[in-house]
Design a protein around this ligand. Structure first.
Ligand code: GLU
Length: 501
């Protein structure tokens, strides 16, 4: 049988990191082994499923770069891929089981079942359906039907151990007495999850079911259904939970853990893909920074961990930084530009080739300095604003030295008539100042940085100064100040403060 896997979200809200990791592992498993990846929408919960959520799921997966061979929008020969479009298939399957006596109608009312459940809970044990309707005679059934009762339908679970080998957890064995005859179709004829999932996985020829550990208790029920239909069973792999830093299951308690929230924080798709892939799996060579292409080549289900993975925000940020550094600068420039536009610092659209070239330089200035995309604005703040009075005390003290003041003045005087549009010509000017004043190292660079930024640290000056100079000529709404104007403003500020300059 060829390898076919699926991701089967219930569209009742946003995708959260746990679901997304399940999607990623299925996808990587298919891609690594030349299999097919199916997207199936499990929307049988009419009250909670929404079209908006389906659109969100599709958009999230596409944003991550996950593609599917069959499913919504992709089509395929095993459709429909939305469970609400498959009710006729479930009905046929129910008929089959009823005819063969493997399932039966149960007329117990919700009230009866709820009070039995309550009783069991009060007694401290698990509720198991007592089999009230298991052996009703045909006459008894007719009587109930005549009284207008609408049955649900249960599978005969029998009395036996259900065993299977989980690809991650090894041998699993669960006795049917732990769950009893379970409902497969509700009185309104909607299928339960266990019923629909088995029929769909069978007809879609899914070879490997990879899903969260929370579904482990469902698997024996599903195996009984595979056997009842005479369908061959897939392999099962149950992924361990993702834990938050406090050791509890990762959830809303740890903040918004939807993929949407992580997109909004400014993660790159490849950064998140990398972080999520490592939540429970490790590369055979312990390589940590992996591109989507590398993940597709290296993912090995045999290396998925049995123990729970702990989500670590710093690790996610670190991986994202690595991917930011590795991306082509023009793509990075495109990604960060909207954050500047939102703050009114840059126009929303390109202003032509000069602007694009400048934006690229601005991007290069900060590309190695940030973890998340929106941080670019803060990292490039010195380009857009200049406030000498925000200088820290250490810098103010450093400017008490004559050498520092001479550097500042020399720069202000020479910058006016020197080309500062390129790194080379900026360095040329600094060389002149260095030779004339015989000042070097920190004593040269610290005052220079202060007189164009007012700050003690920041992006490399030889990159920063040309960005300021070129930016000042673009006539942008944010009115970027040229380095020479900054230097004079700085000198004026120092004079005001009583420095002898
Ligand atoms: N719709 C189920 C869920 O979202 C799918 C579980 C499965 O993969 O079987 O949990």
């Amino acid at each position: 049988m060829s390898l076919r896997v699926r991701f089967a979200p219930s569209p009742t809200g946003k995708l959260h990191l746990g679901n997304v990791r399940t999607a990623i592992y299925n996808w990587l498993y298919a891609r690594r082994n030349g299999g097919a990846f199916i997207l199936r929408i499990e929307d049988t919960d009419a009250e909670r499923s929404t079209d908006e959520s389906i659109r969100g799921v599709i958009d999230d997966l596409r944003w991550l770069g996950i593609d599917w061979d069959e499913g919504p929008e992709a089509g395929g020969s095993h459709g429909p891929y939305r469970q609400t479009e498959r009710y006729h298939i479930y009905a046929e399957h129910l008929d089959r089981l009823l005819k063969e006596g493997k399932a039966y109608p149960c007329y117990c009312s919700q009230e009866t079942l709820s009070s039995q459940r309550e009783e069991a809970r009060a007694g401290g044990h698990n509720y198991i359906y007592p089999g009230t309707c298991r052996n009703l005679s045909e006459d008894q059934r007719k009587e109930k039907e005549a009284a207008g009762l609408k049955p649900s339908f249960r599978l005969r679970a029998g009395d036996r151990n259900v065993e299977f080998k989980d690809l991650i957890r090894g041998d699993v064995s669960i006795h049917t007495s732990l769950f009893g005859d379970f409902i497969i179709v509700r009185p309104d004829l909607s299928p339960t999850y266990n019923f629909a999932v088995v029929i769909d996985d069978s007809l879609m020829e899914v070879s490997d079911v990879i899903r969260g550990e929370d579904h482990l208790p469902n698997t024996p029920k599903q195996i009984l259904l595979y056997e009842a239909f005479g369908y061959s069973k897939p392999n099962f792999a149950h992924l361990s939970m993702i834990l938050g830093p406090d050791g509890g299951k990762l959830s809303k308690r740890h903040g918004d853990v939807s993929l949407q929230a992580f997109r909004e924080k400014g993660f790159l798709p490849e950064g998140l893909l990398n972080g999520l892939a490592l939540l429970g799996w490790s590369d055979a060579e312990e390589k940590e920074v992996l591109t989507p292409e590398e993940l597709k080549q290296r993912f090995d289900i045999g290396r998925v961990n049995k123990s729970a993975a702990v989500y670590d925000e710093n690790k996610f940020r670190h991986l994202n930084k690595e991917h930011i550094m590795a991306m082509p600068s023009n793509r990075f420039a495109e990604k960060i530009s909207p954050y500047f536009a939102d703050k009114g610092l840059l126009p929303k659209k390109s202003q032509g080739a000069d602007y694009d070239g400048w934006l690229l330089k601005l991007a290069e200035l900060v590309q190695k300095r940030i973890h998340l995309l929106p941080e670019a604005v803060e990292a490039a703040a010195s380009v857009f604003s200049f406030d000498p009075s925000s200088m820290d005390d250490e810098s103010k003290a450093m400017l008490e030295s004559d050498d520092a003041l001479r550097v500042v003045l020399a720069f202000a005087e020479k910058a006016e008539s020197h080309d500062l549009t390129t790194r080379e010509s900026y360095l040329e000017l600094i060389n002149v100042i260095k030779n004339e004043l015989k000042v070097k190292g920190k004593n040269l660079y610290h005052p220079l940085r202060l007189c164009v930024t007012g700050a003690a640290s920041g992006p490399d000056l030889d990159l920063l100064v040309p960005v300021m100079e070129l930016g000042s000529r673009l006539g942008l709404p944010s009115k970027i100040m040229s380095p020479s104007k900054r230097a004079w403003k700085f000198v004026a500020y120092l004079r005001e403060q009583g420095y002898k300059i």
